[in-house]
Design a protein around this ligand. Structure first.
Ligand code: PMT
Length: 215
């Protein structure tokens, strides 16, 4: 009998946290890193679901895409899709905070305060770990990214531990040719045992292929 394909779920792009229909908090992620991994995963024969924040990229061939806007929407889709997944890879730059209130119509300037009250968003990796991996899908492998400014190693190791990851892909988003928007990236891969491998500057697709070799 033919074996069903292994399933990988990937988050990509930014999230937007609206304070009214025309204003939001966000970040410069373009989704290129996550889309490149999705392409590499299809090449490897995985069934691929890509949960994408607002980005302007074409869906790679053979990928199921779910579009979301906010962190809470991304989290709900991630939990749902991870239930039947073998690997969950979080490349998305998720907004950690959102405005406490979102108005249904455009706010007038004099209706707004100079102080914006924020509330925490869920941590998607931690939520998938707690509600999917520890509650039924115990074989699920979690992979994260760490966007840092400066030496990414210490922070990435902490995130790897705290989020229950197999490994984490750390990038210094201030380095030339790396991070947000670039077609290339320079990363260090740290695993849960403390091993680490620094990769040279290469295309995001080449990094995606390395990551898929590891999973
Ligand atoms: O999209 P590009 O323009 O190609 O840019 C690629 C990238 C810079 C966005 C990518 O390489 C990258 O570094 N992604 C991770 C961005 C990030 O949010 O890193 P972080 O260190 O804040 O988060 C650590 C991990 O936790 C990440 O896997 C993140 O997806 C996840 N996370 C973060 C916050 C949150 N509320 N929930 C999460 O699951």
């Amino acid at each position: 009998m033919k074996k069903a394909k292994a399933k990988v779920v990937i988050t990509a792009g930014p999230t937007r946290e609206h304070l009214d229909p025309v204003r939001f908090l966000s970040n410069p992620s373009t989704g290129r890193m996550g889309f490149a991994i999705a392409k590499a995963a299809v090449e490897r024969g995985f069934e691929v679901t890509l949960i994408a924040g607002p980005v302007a990229l074409k869906t790679p061939k053979g990928v199921k895409r779910i579009d979301v806007v906010s962190a809470r929407e991304m989290c709900a889709a991630a939990v749902e899709e991870a239930k039947a997944a073998d690997v969950f890879i979080a490349t998305a730059a998720v907004a950690d905070w959102r405005p406490a209130k979102c108005a249904a119509r455009k706010l007038k300037k004099d209706e707004m305060s100079s102080v914006l009250k924020l509330v925490r968003n869920p941590d998607i990796l931690k939520t998938v770990n707690a509600t999917v991996k520890r509650k039924g899908n115990s074989d699920l492998k979690l992979v994260g990214f760490a966007a840092e400014t400066g030496n990414p190693i210490c922070e990435a190791a902490r995130k790897c531990r705290e989020k229950g990851l197999e490994f984490i892909v750390a990038n210094d988003v201030t380095a030339k040719g790396a991070g947000f928007g670039a077609s290339t990236n320079r990363v260090v891969i740290l695993d849960k045992f403390g091993n680490r491998k620094a990769l040279a500057l290469m295309s995001k697709l080449a990094i995606g292929r390395r990551i898929m070799s590891l999973v």
